[in-house]
Design a protein around this ligand. Structure first.
Ligand code: FES
Ligand SMILES: [Fe+2]
Length: 416
């Protein structure tokens, strides 16, 4: 249980908040490359409660600027994209991707005000995602290169899904191992309602025991389940401040992984960027089907929005719940429905955590410790770490060694 003040500190990420300062020390996804492929493309993008414009100049280079024109505030998302820059429709000011003011159409050339500049942010394209860094220039870390970015394009699929809820409830759902064989009963324990199919792996054990160890990038949790063939362990990394890697395991294929980033759009909206990747080719269609986002009632492929809103319970199929645990189809849909059902910002003054929620409590501590580190002039945990080393696994629990040996990039944590 948190106090209201602690909950606000955990959840709110605007420019003048402590959590906002923490997030602004990492590279963040701001858009997907598929919407920005063509030279001349432009989109408005909200990130951490602030508004930006992302554009690709006719020269092919990407730029990220504050959305509102520094002259009199028109949206540059309406602007004309030109050779290496974007021009505001209103009075024709032109800005380079570096924020330089290159032309002012409504002023004689000899009257140009000196030293005006738009706020511009660095950009990297990687793994199908446009990344930017919003923090202080002198603190900018090297770009983090995750393993999925080096997987051939036909062996990875990126989905972006925007939900109407705070980012914390999305990631806390992702780090909550015990719900997997309950909320996702139909995928994990298809035999529950008498069907012939077997439970997946050790998923019949609905009360996994958890162990957690801090690492240089966040932590690893290990969830142990007892199955008929012995004990199984799922080791999942939490990657500061908003990421995790889910091993496919028996549920989604041993050579598959999903990396997910819960990116705060603002305090009440989250963009989940998830990339499913592995050693086999994978299509967008199969990924949409697996997640449940192939249902146009629940997900718009055009706007990337999750269409279930709190209280929208008519979308739940109560008529099939004797055979379908949740009344929804698809693991990711079930997760997003639950997070949305908690309201825009979950009220943690009323929760009651138990030992199964160990990873949730540690997640909060991790973030609070790093806020503390910033206040002491230290870098937050994970900044500068080689994230390409981070892995996840779903496997038989080893009898003769510690579970951390299953994840070679473990890197035991720094003291808070
Ligand atoms: S508001 Fe953009 S040029 Fe005037
Ligand atoms: Fe889930």
């Amino acid at each position: 249980m948190l106090t209201q003040e602690q909950n606000d500190r955990l959840c709110r990420i605007g420019p003048r908040t402590l959590m906002g300062a923490l997030f602004r020390r990492y590279w963040m996804p701001i858009a997907t490359v598929d919407k920005m492929r063509e030279p001349g493309s432009v989109t408005a993008a909200r990130l951490l409660g602030e508004d930006f414009v992302v554009f690709r100049g006719k020269d092919g280079a990407l730029g990220v600027l504050d959305e509102f024109c520094i002259h009199r505030g028109a949206s540059l998302a309406l602007g004309r994209v030109e050779e290496c820059g974007i021009r505001c429709l209103y009075h024709g000011w032109k800005f380079g991707a570096d924020g330089s003011v290159q032309d002012i159409m409504n002023l004689p050339a000899d009257k140009r005000p000196p030293k005006l500049r738009a706020s511009a942010y660095p950009v990297v394209e990687a793994g199908g995602i446009v990344w930017t860094y919003l923090g202080p220039k002198e603190k900018r870390p090297p770009f983090q290169r995750f393993a999925f970015m080096d997987v051939p394009e036909d062996q990875r699929v990126l989905l972006r899904v925007d939900t109407h809820c705070n980012w914390v409830q999305m990631i806390e759902g992702g780090l909550d191992s015990s719900h997997v064989s309950i909320l996702h009963t139909n995928a994990a324990r298809p035999d529950w309602a008498g069907a012939a199919a077997q439970a997946v792996g050790a998923m019949n054990d609905t009360g996994p025991s958890l162990e957690i160890e801090d690492t240089e990038f966040g932590y690893h949790y290990a969830a142990f389940r007892r199955g008929s063939d012995g004990a199984n362990v799922r080791v999942v990394p939490f990657i500061m401040p908003f990421g995790r890697i889910i091993p496919g395991g028996a549920l989604q294929g041993k050579s598959n992984f999903t990396i997910a980033f819960e990116v705060p759009i603002d305090d009440e909206h989250t963009a989940t960027y998830s990339v499913r990747y592995g050693s086999q080719p994978i299509s967008l269609e199969s990924r949409l089907k697996e997640t449940g986002y192939d249902d146009p009632e629940l997900y718009s492929r055009e706007s990337r929005k999750f269409l279930f809103t709190r209280g929208d319970n008519a979308k739940q199929r109560r008529d099939i719940m004797d055979q379908n645990w949740s009344g929804f189809r698809g693991i990711a849909v079930e997760d997003a429905v639950i997070a949305t059902s908690m309201g825009p910002i979950s009220d943690r003054t009323r929760e009651n955590l138990i030992s199964s929620d160990l990873a949730i409590a540690r997640f909060r501590k991790c973030l609070m410790d790093s806020i503390d580190r910033i206040e002491r002039g230290l870098d937050p945990v994970g900044v500068g770490f080689d994230v390409g080393l981070i892995s996840a696994i779903d496997a038989a629990a080893p009898e003769d060694q510690h579970w951390r040996a299953l994840v070679p990039g473990h890197h035991a944590g720094v003291a808070a």
